[in-house]
Design a protein around this ligand. Structure first.
Ligand code: ATP
Length: 312
């Protein structure tokens, strides 16, 4: 059974369609919910939490209806919101314990689990400090700790690396992996930073303007597909050579994207790509300034989609 499953899920805010007939099935493990700012990530997480009734369509979470079965689901799902919602005067341990109690744990167990969660999040020594005295990195860790303290089956993390420097970001990603692999908790992590999603996630759900761009195992989406990135030179007597190279490669069935004199080519094995690029460049009398191997990445998913939309 998928952890989260939506069918034609639509959420409107007046004229804005934040989610547009979204069909997704999220399996277990760590799933990255990716998309630019405003793509609809937070709206989808809110629908999973049952915080808003969808305009139309449906969502099931761990087999439950988040609106109708809200109280049952709240004990099974932990959530770390994107915004800074921590009360400055409260100590970390009291805050995490309080939320664990709200989610249904008895007081004593809530205290023990709050302490364990803060130690796991690397804040054992800091657990008695007031939240208002903590750095951005520490506050992100508190948000993670409160999400996992009630021993949930599923954790939703909304942009948990926001505001972190590269070292803190890597530490947060490692923690997220640990939550999933050591504690068997399924995680959905939203992010607009594609390379961090590639670092940490097993699965990806990519959305844009409320619509599904792609969803599946990371290995299938970025796969072993590789390509070549080239930068051409157009000699004075061959204007339009870059467009001619693009046309020749596309005509031979390869996938080509061109931005001025830069091209990215995919669709054949490495040796064959090199041969075809060499022939196309020579026939168009273009020069070659750079040629690099390039691995297919998540960014390509969005670019492919933009190209398809332009063609439609
Ligand atoms: P970000 O990372 O910037 O929060 P996001 O992908 O989480 O982006 P959402 O916050 O889900 O995006 O917003 C999706 C769209 O819905 C945006 O156009 C946003 O302005 C709109 N929206 C979200 N919540 C509301 C609301 N309560 N009222 C009106 N419009 C809203």
């Amino acid at each position: 059974m998928p952890v989260v499953e939506t069918a034609a899920l639509t959420q409107r805010f007046g004229a804005t369609v934040a989610l547009d007939r979204l069909d997704v099935a999220v399996p277990g493990g760590v799933t990255g919910l990716v998309g630019a700012n405003g793509a609809g990530k937070t709206t989808l997480l809110y629908a999973v939490l049952g915080l808003r009734r969808p305009t139309s369509g449906s969502v099931r979470v761990l087999g439950l209806d988040p609106v109708a079965d809200g109280s049952e689901l709240r004990s099974l799902v932990g959530f770390a919101p994107e915004r800074n919602v921590l009360p400055d005067e409260m100590r970390a341990i009291d805050f995490v314990r309080h939320l664990a109690e709200v989610r249904g744990l008895p007081r004593k167990e809530a205290r023990t689990r709050a302490s364990d969660a803060l130690w796991l999040a690397g804040l054992g020594e800091e657990r008695l400090r007031a939240l208002g005295t903590m750095s951005t990195g520490q506050r992100q860790r508190v948000k993670l700790a409160q999400a996992i303290a009630s021993d949930p089956r599923l954790v939703l993390l909304d942009e948990p690396t926001d505001g972190l420097d590269p070292v803190q970001r890597n530490e947060m990603l490692a923690l997220i992996r640990q939550v999933s692999s050591e504690f068997g908790v399924d995680v959905i992590v939203s992010s607009h930073v594609l390379d961090e999603v590639e670092q940490v996630c097993d699965h990806v759900v990519a959305i844009d303007a409320g619509r599904l761009v792609a969803s599946g195992a990371l290995s299938d989406l970025v796969g072993d597909r590789s390509g070549l990135a080239l930068e051409l030179v157009e000699p004075a007597d061959s204007p339009g050579a870059a467009a001619a190279v693009e046309a020749a490669l596309a005509a031979s069935g390869l996938k080509v994207r061109r931005d001025g004199l830069r091209l990215v080519v995919e669709g054949a094995d490495h040796g064959e790509l090199c041969d075809r690029v060499r022939d196309a460049v020579s026939e168009a009398s273009a020069g070659l300034r750079r040629l690099d191997s390039r691995r297919h990445n998540l960014e390509d998913l969005f670019e492919d989609r933009a190209v398809e939309e332009m063609r439609a």
